[in-house]
Ligand binder design. Structure first.
Ligand code: XMP
Length: 322
């Protein structure tokens, strides 16, 4: 794959890596300003710490509220980073994202719409207004590998697909974590001083809940996934699984409630055992846990009449559905 060499966790010298990246970021940005897209996931949080160390207050960190985030996520991320001395501004871009996603059902078209809205509309405007020339982001080795292999176009892959960001969007993208996979990124996070609740967070995709809605992504269709995600995360966070998620299906099914027909939504639960997201298999959850998930989701998420658990391996499955 290209000429990029992975640094595996066993070969990682964290302090040397961190020093090198801080120097590189400082040298690339020079005495200018940089912008950083913090989603609160492990990768973007680690990038924020590295860039904050390299640039101090010449780094402007934004949390883009796409309308696709998890329950209370924007406020949670801002408060975590405030404690670390990093100011994060929330930018409400919900309307832009839902407008761009309107009518789209094809997974790759949905990802492309999110990419364009993110990089061209939202960040393009921020960069033009701030005068920053650089955007930092947490692209990792797995993202690149899957995109280049044509498995899935990860929303944050640009340069590797031949996209000249400077020409197309007006800024240069810096990707300090490009040689690392998740376990190594978590270790860097730990050494840079992130709290365990951040560096041990399960991965969460850039396209956020849009990656978990089959079919059109509207505010009305994101809402049940968001509610089901709260339940899935509450019930499965102590399993030690790599990642767990709720998915909204496109087709409805016949159910019953109070003795009457209830034609309703289907939620699929996935819970993955994996080392690095490259391959994975379903966690062997106790049946009681599965039943509790089904009971809670059908009771607490209105309109849901069916809950399934996916037991397929990756490959041929992928971790997210979109
Ligand atoms: P897949 O679904 O390809 O996911 O098996 C592999 C890992 O990457 C996460 N993921 C993404 N992360 N942008 C991201 O930043 C994306 O577009 C994206 N899609 C998937 C996914 O959650 C899993 O950990």
């Amino acid at each position: 794959m290209m000429n990029l060499q992975e640094i595996e966790l066993k070969d990682l010298d964290s302090n040397t890596f961190i020093d090198k990246k801080i120097k590189e970021i400082a040298a690339t940005v020079g005495d200018g300003q940089a912008i950083n897209a913090l989603s609160g996931g492990v990768d973007s949080s680690v990038v924020t710490m590295l860039a904050h160390k390299a640039l101090g207050n010449r780094l402007k960190s934004y949390f883009i509220d796409t309308g696709l985030m998890r329950q209370d996520e924007p406020q949670q991320i801002v408060s975590w980073f405030k404690e670390l001395g990093v100011a994060v501004e929330i930018l409400d871009a919900q309307k832009q994202f839902f407008d761009a996603l309107k009518g789209l059902t094809d997974p790759e078209e949905k990802r492309e719409a999110i990419t364009q809205t993110f990089y061209k509309d939202v960040f393009g405007k921020l960069v033009r207004e701030s005068g920053a020339k650089h955007l930092l982001q947490g692209t990792n080795y797995t993202d690149i590998e899957e995109t280049v292999a044509g498995v899935k176009r990860q929303h944050n892959i640009l340069e590797q697909l031949g996209i000249d960001t400077e020409e197309q969007f007006g800024y240069i993208v810096i990707e300090p974590l490009i040689e690392l996979r998740k376990p190594a990124i978590r270790e860097i996070g730990r050494i840079t001083g992130l709290p365990a609740e951040i560096y041990q967070r399960p991965p969460f995709p850039g396209p956020a809940l849009a990656a978990r809605v089959i079919g059109e992504v509207t505010p009305e269709r994101v809402a049940p996934v968001r509610k089901a995600t709260v339940i899935v995360e509450e019930e499965l966070s102590n399993t030690g699984a790599f990642q767990y998620l709720a998915v909204l299906h496109e087709d409805k099914v016949t159910g019953m409630r109070d003795g009457k027909r209830d034609y309703g939504m289907q939620i699929e639960v996935r819970c993955w055992d994996s080392e690095d997201a490259k391959t994975g298999s379903a966690t062997r959850l106790p049946f009681d846990t599965l039943e509790k998930l089904a009971d809670r989701i059908t009771t607490e998420v209105s309109g849901v009449v069916s809950v399934t658990y996916n037991i397929t391996k990756k490959p041929p499955s992928t971790i997210e559905v979109v």
